[in-house]
Design a protein around this ligand. Structure first.
Ligand SMILES: Nc1nc2c(c(=O)[nH]1)N[C@H]1C(S)=C(S)[C@@H](COP(=O)(O)O)O[C@H]1N2
Ligand SMILES: [Mo]
Length: 389
């Protein structure tokens, strides 16, 4: 399951089976009973203080199912030179599941926000039961507007009870946003004016709640330490990268991305009887729609528009297909996607360049943690075509 070839196969199917969905967390599973009947999510900040049990979430709230393409913010990190950050994902850090649970809006409206509440510039902080390293707490803040729009407290995955590795008994799911925002083993939800930041959160009962929001998971040029923000004026990661107002962007809404799943790099294929090789892959753009996908079979010199097929849900990837009539020989196959805002994947990841933190000259900026990269050339596939019989 872990070699690159098998990971490629994931990119030919819209739904990722649970056993093939990538798993990532900072540490092991939390050291608590994840099957506890009395598991509670405590509500605080601007919410009415209350403990909501998982049984209550299941039984007294509406049920929704949302499709979400989870991409680790460190997906493609292995293509950074020099090496940076932690786990060296090639393209293994993205998967799609259908998550069943309760709309966050329903819970917050009933506990203090009131019907028809809007985000009002406030933030929702979600806390997990794990304490990575023993002295931090996995807490993440997302804008309240996003939480009210489409986020879910999920207790089911692909029609099954939520597995331990994916956050049992309940997790936050933030559709279309980088995986880090979807807090597993959820214990606490708080509505506040800003993100977790500052002294009182950096040392709350002797543990640091700000670390995973403010120090880790920031897009920082070589040698720079991230600046703490309590608020930012755009939640779109690409826009943060291109703008002037956010020092060291946060990985929220996922950048436009695509991957060819078939044919796989290093493989030999033969055209079908009708002369075609069907190139298949997946493209996504966070909570923006994918506008178009192009496929190149000559390493990016010329491009051909692909067609979409299969399910079309906000926050989830789209299958694409291109019918290729290849000559025999060796070819470099690659795709690039453009989102509905007209933003196209860059070709390469830059080397470390001082203070370079924008997507520019067709390059994604090398950054300290290896986050947010969506360049297409690093995962292009070398394919041999045998003559048709
Ligand atoms: N409580 C908790 N939630 C967490 C994490 C964690 O370390 N602790 N890791 C995050 C990261 S970085 C990712 S990419 C996703 C991965 O979710 P998955 O394992 O279900 O694919 O979980 C997120 N939620
Ligand atoms: Mo991640």
């Amino acid at each position: 399951m872990s070699n690159g070839g098998d990971r490629r196969r994931r990119y030919t199917d819209w739904l990722t089976p649970i056993g093939e969905h990538f798993v990532y967390q900072q540490d092991g599973l939390p050291d608590v009973d994840l099957d506890a009947e009395e598991w509670r999510v405590s509500l605080g900040g601007d919410l009415e203080a209350a403990d909501v049990t998982v049984a209550t979430l299941r039984e007294s709230y509406p049920t929704v199912a949302v499709a979400h393409t989870m991409e680790c913010a460190g997906n493609c990190r292995a293509y950074f030179e020099p090496t940076t950050g932690s786990i060296q994902w090639g393209i293994g850090g993205a998967s799609t599941a259908v998550w069943t649970g309760v709309p966050v809006r329903a819970v917050l409206e009933r506990h203090g926000l009131g019907a028809g509440a809007d985000g009002d510039g406030r933030w929702l902080t979600a806390v997990g039961a794990d304490e990575p390293g023993g002295d931090t707490v996995f807490a993440r803040s997302i804008p309240l507007s996003k939480a009210l729009d489409d986020c879910v407290l999920a207790y089911g995955m692909n029609g099954e009870s939520l597995p331990e590795a994916h956050g049992r008994p309940v997790r936050l799911v933030v559709p279309g946003w980088y995986g880090v925002n979807s807090v597993k083993w959820l214990t606490e939800l708080r509505v506040m004016d800003g993100m977790v930041a500052g002294e009182s959160w950096a040392d709350r009962d002797g543990r640091d709640y700000t670390y995973w929001q403010q120090e880790e998971y920031r897009i920082t040029p070589p040698g720079e330490a991230p600046t703490e923000h309590t608020d930012v004026d755009t939640y779109d990661t690409w826009e943060q990268l291109m703008g002037e107002t956010v020092d060291h962007p946060y990985p929220f809404d996922a950048n436009v991305m695509s991957v060819v799943g078939y044919p796989r790099g290093g493989s030999t294929v033969q055209p079908r009887e009708d002369g075609y090789v069907e190139v298949l892959g997946l493209a996504w753009a966070g909570d923006d729609a994918v506008e178009c996908v192009e496929v190149s079979t000559d390493g990016g010199d010329t491009w051909h528009e692909a067609t979409f097929l299969g399910p079309d849900y906000p926050g989830a990837w789209r299958l694409f297909r291109y019918l290729w009539t290849p000559d025999s020989g060796t070819h470099t196959v690659v795709s690039r996607a453009t989102d509905e805002q007209g933003r196209t994947q860059p070709a390469w990841i830059s080397g470390p360049v001082d203070s370079f933190d924008a997507i520019d000259d067709d390059e994604y900026p090398w950054n300290e943690g290896g986050f947010g990269a969506n360049a297409y050339m690093p995962h292009s596939a070398r394919v041999r075509v045998r003559p048709a019989e």
